[in-house]
Design a binder for this molecule. Structure first.
Ligand code: UD1
Ligand code: MG
Length: 464
């Protein structure tokens, strides 16, 4: 049996953040959740994963309790190093044969790499620990793997404790280990904090193993999966890798992405075949895009579903909305939460919708606010129409029937209902319900003063 310990109690000082490092997000998900996925995949059950947290009441613990309630936590208290952190989890080792230790700030590690590491430990009875290493171009900040002349790993030296010679070594410790549980248990109390950081280093267990005539196994993994996040730059590097991967996956699945390097896709986004993403499109959260849909330049979509063959023109912002097949949106439209556009709806430029249900074939093409409203099939909403849904105290609903024509620059003062087939004259302020097929007209009758324009010009001494 294997117990997986996930270290998440560090301060993450180098992030310079109020937020705990492991709760920083890469491609829309906290680092901790990514590492936890790996831990769960290795352990096979949540019961065998222990996350080391800084305290009972901190943000990391709160996040775990709400997002992963079945995972065990062990409280470290003030962070005094990775060795001290593993010590905090020792109570959960039980009689496990192997203890895998992962760092929550290494988000790209795969479960497959760890299982090969566990195999490497098991392959040699004398091995007390197996360490996953990587060769990287820039090893700065990582612990370096020190090998003897025969190539055996003899210790790991932290950057801050290293000599200039050691700093040249490009093989680094990924912070991923498989330990013989019995040996680890015996070694943890022997760790000291005699080093430049005054911390209990887990890596010192390696030297203890050699002293006990046991062996240290190493396995070299690939360099990108080793990426540890200690700074905002590291976070950006991880983000870039994840986004590139996602864009490649989407293209392989049949999406056209015109300038992949400019597009931002969360991993949780689904793109159907033959969708087209123009440059600088951002798709976030649980967004789903149907087959044949085109999303115009600079558009941001979050937690929304777009149907098939939808056209989203450039620079729209769409959040928690549903857009039906063949609908046309934008440019410059804003669809807010609770917007539900049926098949073939047109929502044009500078239109804002919120909690708005627009039935099949509705058109609202220009400069309009539609909030807390339901609009029946084929109704046409003219330019500049506003549902006045807020009276300063509460929100009210506007219900518009089918085949209605709402003339330009009308205000619909909610609560109000407009019957099927009604026509609202341009510039009308609707304050009362309009019956089916009625014509509503509420504006000052127009006066024309003969020659009034000419007289006015004369008064201003302006030629025509
Ligand atoms: C550690 C390793 C280093 C390795 C690197 C890989 C040690 C001494 N060093 O360095 O060899 O190359 O990871 O990324 O182990 N943590 C706790 N409690 C603590 C301190 C840390 O839970 O008291 C957690 C952190 O939240 C983090 C992980 O342990 O998830 C690693 O800690 P960090 O401070 O980032 O260590 P590094 O300096 O990166
Ligand atoms: Mg680190």
């Amino acid at each position: 049996m294997t117990v997986v310990v996930l270290l998440a109690a560090g301060r993450g000082v180098r992030m310079r953040s109020e937020r705990p490092k492991v709760l920083h997000e890469a491609a829309g998900r906290p680092l901790l959740d990514r590492a936890l996925d790996t831990a769960l995949a290795i352990a096979g059950s949540a019961a065998r994963v222990v996350v080391v947290v800084p305290s009972e009441g901190d943000a990391v613990t709160a996040h775990l309790k709400s997002a992963h309630p079945n995972v065990r936590v062990a409280v470290q208290g003030p962070p005094r190093g990775t060795g001290d952190a593993v010590r905090a989890a020792a109570g959960a080792f039980g009689k496990a044969k192997t203890v895998v230790v992962l760092s929550a700030d290494v988000p790209l590690l795969s479960a497959a790499a760890v299982s090969v590491l566990v195999d490497a430990l098991k392959a040699d009875e004398k091995a007390a620990v197996a360490v996953l290493t990587a060769r990287v171009e820039n090893p700065a900040g990582y612990g370096r793997i020190i090998r003897d002349r025969k190539g055996a790993c003899v210790r790991i030296v932290e950057e801050k404790d290293s000599s200039s010679q050691e700093r040249k070594i490009t093989e680094i410790n990924t912070g991923t280990y498989a330990f013989d549980r019995a040996f680890l248990e015996k070694s943890l109390p022997l760790l000291t904090s005699k080093n430049s950081q005054g911390e209990f280093y887990l890596t010192d267990v390696l030297s203890l193993a050699l002293r006990a005539k046991r062996k240290v196994a190493t396995l070299e993994g690939d360099s990108s999966s080793a990426l540890g996040v200690n700074s905002r730059e590291d976070l950006a590097a991880v983000e870039r890798i994840l986004r590139d991967r996602k864009a490649s996956d989407a293209m392989r699945a049949g999406a056209t992405i015109l300038r992949p390097e400019t597009v931002t896709l969360d991993e949780t986004v689904f793109l159907g075949a033959d969708t087209v993403l123009e440059p600088f499109v951002t798709l976030l959260g649980k967004t789903r895009v149907g087959t044949g849909t085109v999303i115009g330049q600079g558009t941001v979509v979050k937690d929304s579903s777009l149907g098939r063959n939808v056209t989203v023109r450039p620079y729209c912002v769409i959040e928690s909305a549903a857009v039906g097949d063949g609908a046309v949106v934008g440019p410059f439209a804003r669809l807010r939460e609770g917007t539900d556009l049926a098949e073939g709806v047109h929502v044009g430029n500078f239109v804002e919708t919120k909690k708005a249900v627009l039935r099949k074939g509705v058109k609202a093409n220009h400069l309009t606010y539609l909030g807390d409203t339901e609009i029946g099939e084929r109704t046409n909403v003219g330019a500049g129409v506003i549902t006045c849904n807020y009276d300063g105290f509460a929100k009210h609903r506007t219900t518009i029937g089918r085949d209605v024509f709402v003339g330009s620059d009308s205000q619909l003062v909610a609560p109000v209902t407009i019957g099927d087939g009604a026509i609202i004259a341009a510039g009308t302020t609707v304050t009362e319900d309009v019956p089916k097929d009625a014509l509503a007209l509420a504006r000052e009758p127009q006066k024309n003063l003969p020659e009034g324009g000419a007289k006015y010009r004369e008064k201003k001494k302006q030629p025509r």
